[in-house]
Design a protein around this ligand. Sequence first.
Ligand code: B12
Length: 223
Amino acid sequence: MTVDAPVAVRRTRRPRPPVVAFTSSLLSGDAKSATEIAWRYLAATGSRLAVISDLIHPAQYEVGELWYQGTVGVAEEHRATAIVIAVAGRLTPTPVARPVRPGACCILSGLTRERHIVGLQVLALALEDEGWTVHQLAPPTPPAELLRAVAEWRPDVVGISAAYLPATREISESIEAVRAMKVPVLVGGSFFNRAPDLWRTVGADAHGSDARVTTVLMRKLLG
Ligand code: B12
C-alpha cells in the first residue's frame, strides 16, 4: 500500500513565546542565543524531556512549515537543524526520580529511505533519562539489519521513526516481522503525526506523537 504525501498542516495558533524566540534564533543562525534559551528552559523545568517536547519539537515543526511555504530557504533549514542537533547534544541529563526497571532496553530505528534523524536523537535522550538503554540505529537502516539486531539484542520495545514515507509496505512488513518475534513496536515521527490513524494501518502497537507521550507508552509496553 502506498500513501500520498499529506498536504501541509494549517497552523491554527501561534507557537508559545519561548518557541517563537527559539525558532527565530535557529532561523537567524544564532546558535549562542538558541543555546541560552534552551538552557534557561532546562533550568526552569529541570527536565530535558520538557526542552525536547516544548521547545525543540515545535520549533523544528515551525521551521518545516516556513520552508514548505517558501518563507525560508533550504540553507536556513539545514543551518537550523545543525544548531538543534548541537543544542540537544549539550543538554545535561535529567534522570527521572522513578526510572524504568534495570535492563529495560529498546531499539530506535529509521528504515531505508528515511534521512530525518533529529526526532530519533532527541527521543533517545528522553528515554535515557527514563532509565532505558537505547540502541539507536541511525537512518537509513535496511529492514534486514533491524530484524537481525532485534533477534540478537532482544529489546523490550522497538521504535520505528518516519518523517518521509513514500510507501508504507517496508514499514508494515518490518513491524510484522518484529512483532512475530514477540517484541512490541511503537511508531512515530512527523509522517505519523500528519496521518493520525496510519499507525493502525501499518500494524504497530501504538503511536508516540512526541517524546513526552512516548515515554508514557514505552512504560506501558514494558508492563
Ligand atoms: C530538518 C528536516 C529535514 C532535514 C533532515 C536533517 C536530519 N539530519 O535529520 C533534511 C534536509 C535532510 C530533510 C530532507 C527531506 N525532507 Co524534511 N524536514 C525537516 C524538518 C524541517 C524538521 C525535522 C525535525 O527535525 N523535526 C523535529 C523532531 C524533534 O520532530 P520529529 O521528527 O517529529 O520527532 C518527534 C516526534 O515525532 C517523536 N518521534 C520521532 N520519531 C519517533 C519514533 C518513535 C518510535 C516514536 C514513538 C516517536 C517518535 O518524538 C520526537 C521528539 O518529540 C521537517 C518538518 C517537520 N514537521 O518535521 C521536514 C519534513 C519532515 N521534511 C519533509 C520533506 C518533504 C523532505 C524531503 C522529501 C525534501 C526533499 N524534497 O528532498 C527530504 C526527504 C529526505 C528523506 N529521504 O528522508 C516534509 C515531509 C512531508 C511528508 N512526506 O509528510 C516535512 C514535514 C516538511 C514539510 N513541512 O513539508 N528534511
